[in-house]
Each structure stands twice: as C-alpha cells, then as structure tokens.
Design a protein around this ligand. Structure first.
Ligand SMILES: *Cc1c(COP(=O)(O)O)cnc(C)c1O
Length: 356
C-alpha cells in the first residue's frame, strides 16, 4: 500500500495463477497445460518469421492480425468479421467484461467457476450475482432463465469441475436472454465437448471464447480468440484499439495461425489426452476417489477419507504439484491436470502410497 496508489488499485483483489515453480524434475499437474508439444509447423512458422537475422522484428506486427483471423475463421467455418483475437483468452475475456458485460443490471455466473471472472468484475466495476451449481456440481440452465441480468458467462466444460453442459441447455439460456450477451468460455471444449460456435449463426447474443493454451499446447505463446456476431466483435475491437494496437506480436500471429491449420496434430494430441484422462479417472476410482465426469484436460476429484489439502502437500513432497482451491464447497477436491501417461502413472503410484 502506498499513498501513490489510485483508489481502483487499492480496491483490487488480483487473480493468483497456479504457480510456475522454477524447479527441475517436477511433475507439474497444476495449470492444465498440454503434456504434448505444439505442432512442429508452429516452430517452422516462427523460424520463418524470424528469418536469418530477425530484421522483421524491427517492424510492428499487423495490428489486425489478419493472417490469424483468417486461419481461425477457416478452422471454425465462420468469416473473419466474426473473429476477435487477443493476447491469451484472459485478455479477450477482460475486453468482454468491459465491452459487453458492463451494464446496469448484475451479470450472472456460477458460484464455482473460473476465478478470474470476479477479478474482472472488480477491475471494471461490473456488478455480479453468483448462481450456485446444483448438488452434483452442474449448471442448471433454468437458473439463468427469467432472471433480469446484464450478461451471463460460464466456461463449458466448467472450470474447475470439468462438467459439460449440453448445447440444447445453452440454447435455452440464449433464447431466455435475448437482450443480454451470453459468453461461453470454451477453454476446454476440444477435450470432449461440443462447441457452441454453430449457434452463432442463429443467436446474435452468443459469444464463444477459445484459447490456444490448452488444446493447441501454446500456453507460452499467449493467444486466444472470440467468435460471435460482427457487432459483438466490433465492440471488442473498439476496446482493444483503445488499449493496445498490437496485443499479438509477430511470432504469436504466425505461430498461432500455423497451429490452427494443423488439424491432424491437434486431433492426435486431444485424443491422447482424452485416453489418458479416462484411464486416470478409472485408476483414481480404484483408489477410492470420487471423480466428477470430466470433458476437460483435468480431473476434479475428492477422497472420502483423506483431506485434500493434506493430499496436495503429500504429493508436493514427492515433487508432484496439483491445484487445491481453498474455497467453499470444493475445499475437499483436487484439480489434477491430465499429463503424459508417465506423469499420470507417477501420480497414481504416489497416491496409492499416500492413501494406503
Ligand atoms: C486457461 C483458461 C483461460 C485462459 O487461457 P489463456 O488463453 O491462457 O489466457 C480462460 N478461461 C478458462 C476457463 C481457463 O481455464
């Protein structure tokens, strides 16, 4: 605290990301990164952009990132004016709160969800109501219908539960809220969910957010995007162009475009993660864990006889880190990223010893 801080800064409660420890030989299952490398075409595109002397880095990148917008539009069967790109989907989400969710009525999101949403509400002074998940930790679309609001946002699959909401339930929410924007954050949809992107043709109040951090193995490149009606995209462009003309650098633009074009590599990595997730779920169940059904690249699980915080600590002593949220309703759960087969085996071996 300092007298130089603005009132806004004094009142902020910043988001705390999962730690990125600088230790070697760590099994890192805490921030939902992909265990597989990105498409080799990403590296080739970045190397080509650098050339032999990296002289191009002298020049600003394309402020509109058209190469990337075209690649995203092509991959998802939409047009470039329906695409917004940003420096990670967190930046896209920040602009969404400012551009489309800040109205007089409070916005709605689940009580258990991505914990960055209330942080953006604090930053942009957006009023919100949290809507409790049902007892089995699912979203009930009825809770989002017939309730005046300034907008709706939730991840699908939800984070950190991993539970998927069916498209017909999303459609109910869209139909019941024609005067507010419903934002579906599909950070994990490629691991077993159906994307809501096809609904965009019929609903001008739907915005879908994707990231290249998880299913495209590019958390380090910082690229995310939104797809929606051109009027929603224009709102995001207005905020972006009032904030930073060049949120995506030259390497991110070409690397992300190459990733969007490599459908084969993408499918293979997602399939491998899904297979490992399903095997890990079964293995944890044999160790006595309750595991929520996951459509994501992580598992949300609790053990009826073992305290989650203590389990996380015991794993850490064996150099395995998972995420534990000290929050109401979920403090007995661990969120475990689906790593490589070897990492998941090390995890279940350690848990077998700890829970024995
Ligand atoms: C990981 C994640 C994001 C952020 O992804 P970045 O593109 O890396 O900023 C957004 N929403 C949810 C629900 C996530 O889990």
């Amino acid at each position: 605290m300092s007298r130089f801080w603005s009132r806004v800064v004094r009142d902020l409660t910043p988001y705390v990301p999962g730690e990125q420890p600088k230790l070697a030989n760590l099994i890192k299952l805490n921030t939902n990164e992909n265990p597989y490398p990105p498409s080799p075409k990403v590296l080739a595109a970045i190397q080509a952009e650098l050339g032999d002397d990296a002289a191009r880095l002298r020049l600003y990148p394309d402020p509109n990132a058209d190469l990337l917008k075209n690649a995203v539009a092509k991959a998802h069967g939409v047009t470039p004016p329906q695409v917004f790109v940003g420096n990670g989907s967190d930046e896209v989400l920040a602009h969404v709160f400012m551009a489309l969710l800040k109205h007089d009525a409070p916005i709605l999101f689940p009580d258990i969800t991505y914990s960055f949403y209330p942080v953006y509400c604090g930053l942009y002074r957006v009023d919100y109501r949290s809507v409790p998940l049902t007892d089995d930790f699912s979203i009930d679309p009825a809770d989002y219908c017939g309730r005046p609001n300034g907008g709706i946002i939730f991840p699908n699959p939800n984070a950190p539960t991993g539970r998927l909401l069916a498209l017909d339930a999303i459609e109910k929410i869209l139909q019941a809220n024609p005067d507010s924007v419903a934002v579906v954050d599909e950070a994990y949809v490629d691991f077993g969910g159906a994307t809501a992107i096809p609904l965009i043709a019929r609903y001008d109040n739907l915005l879908v957010i994707h990231t290249l951090s998880k299913s495209r193995s590019l958390a380090g490149l910082r690229v995310g995007f939104a797809i929606g009606h051109p009027a929603l995209i224009e709102a995001l462009e207005r905020v972006k162009n009032s904030f930073n003309s060049y949120p995506l650098d030259r390497l991110a633009i070409v690397g992300a475009a190459a990733a969007m074009e490599d459908e084969v590599h993408f499918r293979q990595c997602c399939q491998a993660v899904i297979a490992t997730r399903d095997a890990l779920t079964a293995e944890l169940q044999t160790l006595g864990f309750d595991v929520l059904p996951s459509a994501a690249n992580f598992i949300f699980a609790r053990h009826p006889q073992h305290d989650a915080a203590q389990l996380a600590l015991a794993l850490r002593e064996q150099s395995i880190i998972v995420r534990h949220f000290k929050l109401p309703r979920i403090e007995q759960f661990l969120r475990i990223t689906v790593g490589s087969e070897a990492e998941c085996k090390a995890l279940t071996d350690a848990l077998r010893g700890i829970t024995a």
